[in-house]
Design a protein around this ligand. Structure first.
Ligand SMILES: C[S@@+](CC[C@H](N)C(=O)[O-])C[C@H]1O[C@@H](n2cnc3c(N)ncnc32)[C@H](O)[C@@H]1O
Length: 235
């Protein structure tokens, strides 16, 4: 993640948090959490957890005896997430400032890394929402997450991307503008490689990687196809 992106998310963390919890977005987050097939007592790792908009959905599913670990690079985003965790008094949610493309968590060292413990059984599931498009080359990152999980682990990606649905065509310009506005430097008028095209290619590559790593997988689309969900069980 570039310094530009960290500065951008740090500056807009509180506004981002409002947008991240818009009515309607919660249904996509719930679908992503459901796709992980979490059970009480599970440990779930959220990559790029941002302000913690997914945390309630994950915590609800793993219960007070489970563990939720959020990783993010941007201090300002984690500050908002921490406030949420403290306000709600969640004791089983840990937040770590780290690069999700090189998670500081080895399956065998997870208890040590988070300092809290995962009931000694490692990580059961990985979630990343609206993150894949930020990796220049997402496939090796997703493969790394799958090897961290090992066979039987569940992974789910939720991402915004361009839609091939004909009903979405009138909104394509709006989507492009949204991508430009959320990709620093946001003022650029001309692009050699437009950010919406790069986003589409990265999301495609990340979701392909999930399918390659997983013996069984599924997919869904929301918001006229602009939001894409892919999930599976690592083989
Ligand atoms: C669009 S926000 C999504 C936040 C959250 N997942 C959600 O659904 O609301 C992207 C987040 O990913 C974080 N991020 C980007 N690249 C990262 C990386 N390499 N490692 C950890 N976090 C990263 C950013 O700091 C930001 O908080």
């Amino acid at each position: 993640m570039t310094d530009d992106l960290q500065a951008f998310y740090g500056r807009w963390a509180r506004l981002y948090d409002r947008i991240a919890r818009f009515p309607g977005v919660g249904a996509w987050r719930a679908a992503a959490a459901d796709a992980l097939a979490l059970e009480p007592g599970d440990t779930v790792l959220e990559m790029g957890c941002g302000t913690g908009a997914n945390l309630p959905y994950l915590r609800e599913r793993v219960g007070p005896e489970g563990q939720v670990i959020g990783i993010d690079l941007t201090a300002g985003m984690l500050d908002v997430a921490r406030e949420r965790v403290e306000r709600r008094g969640w004791k089983n949610v840990s937040l770590i400032r780290a690069d999700a493309s090189r998670p500081p968590i080895a399956a065998s060292a997870v208890d040590h890394a988070i300092g809290e413990g995962t009931n000694g059984k490692g990580i059961d599931a990985v979630l990343a929402s609206f993150l894949s498009g930020m990796f220049a080359d997402p496939a090796p990152v997703i493969e790394e997450w799958c090897s961290l999980l090992g066979p039987g682990g569940r992974i789910c990606l939720l991402d915004a991307t361009r839609s091939a649905d004909r009903r979405a065509l009138p909104l394509d310009m709006t989507f492009r503008a949204f991508v430009v506005a959320s990709t620093p430097p946001t003022w650029q008028l001309r692009y050699d490689d437009p950010p919406w095209r790069a986003l589409e290619a990265r999301v495609e590559s990340a979701h392909d990687a999930v399918r390659r790593c997983c013996g069984t997988y599924g997919a869904d689309r929301f918001a006229l196809g602009f939001v894409r969900l892919t999930y599976g069980v690592v083989e």
